[in-house]
Design a protein around this ligand. Structure first.
Ligand code: ERO
Length: 330
């Protein structure tokens, strides 16, 4: 029997699944590293949500307490943070993810835990961490964070083009598992060209853009004081403020990277429409930071529904029907 066709796809016929590497995820939505992923409690809460996949907090070799508080503030249209890389150390996250994967396997469930974020305090610490991971049974994505704006005295690696190339040369001389990089935002098309040329020299699985816009300053007028304590108030800006920069970076890299290198879109996602726009720019997965911090893990259900409804109204059946197909005015 043939089904009657209607102008809009019924809910059941819309497929939100997303693909990256050898994985299929129930949807393209993830947390952005740093938000809701510090310890087992937070990671397990994310696992109960509608997020399609989960990434851990960026890890160093040793655990860190991070910068003094207050180190995060909600702003009118986003957030500022100078967390300073508080994390429980790489061993904690490797152990947690491997255990969670075994647990999911025992329940015959597809695991959402496929991403471990790494942010060594120096190139040699990144190499040490990746050598360690190379020697474990963990086979899935590592997200190498080249864009932390908040470690006092440490520059963002992603703004040093030759140092980025040198680090990736070293990494790929021994590392054989799927690796992505998390980059800071770029603001100049020549920088997109130069960074994409470097990234295309390596067998990267993906590029994640953007990290927070480094070193903004938020001020409380009444008290005439910076709103966060570390670095005299300087910190990374996230949320709606950064959406258009994020979209430009997703599209800019999607157009320049070898098609085997996928793009993850991060920045300013508060709604299904924002996700839709990141996907139009070519993102394979979309991460949520500031608004996950504001709303908690229930946000994934709302945003999944909103994305679904936009797709229904436009008669799209899968995200690949429109992904990367942003039009320009002729
Ligand atoms: O301060 C941090 O821990 C932090 N904040 C960000 O906005 N981005 C980061 O990449 C990061 C540390 C890795």
């Amino acid at each position: 029997m043939t089904k009657e066709t209607t102008p809009h796809h019924s809910s059941e016929s819309i497929d939100l699944t997303a693909h990256l590497g050898r994985f299929t995820f129930s949807n393209c939505l993830m947390n952005a590293s740093g938000v809701y992923c510090f310890d087992a409690d937070e990671l397990n809460e994310l696992n109960q949500s509608k997020a399609g996949a989960i990434v851990t907090k960026s890890a160093t070799v040793e655990k860190r307490t991070g910068n003094p508080e207050p180190r995060y503030a909600t702003l009118t249209h986003g957030s500022i943070n100078s967390m300073g890389l508080p994390n429980l150390g790489i061993d904690y996250y490797i152990d947690f993810v491997l255990m969670a994967q075994l647990d999911d396997q025992a329940k015959e469930k597809d695991s959402k835990f496929r991403f471990i974020s790494v942010s060594g305090l120096s190139p040699s610490e990144n190499i040490d961490i990746l050598q360690k991971i190379q020697g474990t049974p963990y086979q899935d994505f590592v997200e190498l964070n080249l864009s932390c704006p908040n470690v006092i005295g440490e520059p963002q690696m992603g703004y040093n083009f030759s140092a980025t190339r040198r680090l990736l040369e070293q990494v790929f001389s021994f590392y054989t598992k799927p690796l992505g990089v998390k980059l800071p935002p770029y603001f100049d098309l020549v920088h997109f060209d130069q960074m994409a040329t470097i990234l295309n020299e390596f067998p990267l699985a993906y590029v994640n853009v953007i990290n927070s816009i480094g070193n903004g300053l938020a001020i409380d007028t009444e008290t005439e004081t910076a709103v966060i304590k570390p670095k005299n108030g300087f910190g990374g800006i996230g949320g709606d403020y950064v959406k258009h920069t994020a979209l430009a970076n997703v599209k800019g890299f999607y157009d320049r990277l070898d098609p085997t290198i996928k793009v993850i879109g991060t920045g300013g996602v508060e709604s299904g429409e924002d996700v839709f726009q990141h996907l139009l720019c070519g993102a394979s997965m979309v991460q949520i930071g500031t608004s996950l911090h504001e709303e908690g893990p229930e946000i994934f259900e709302r945003i999944e529904r909103e994305l679904h409804d936009i797709m229904a109204s436009k008669n799209y059946k899968t995200i690949d029907d429109f992904r990367g197909k942003l039009k320009s005015l002729m």
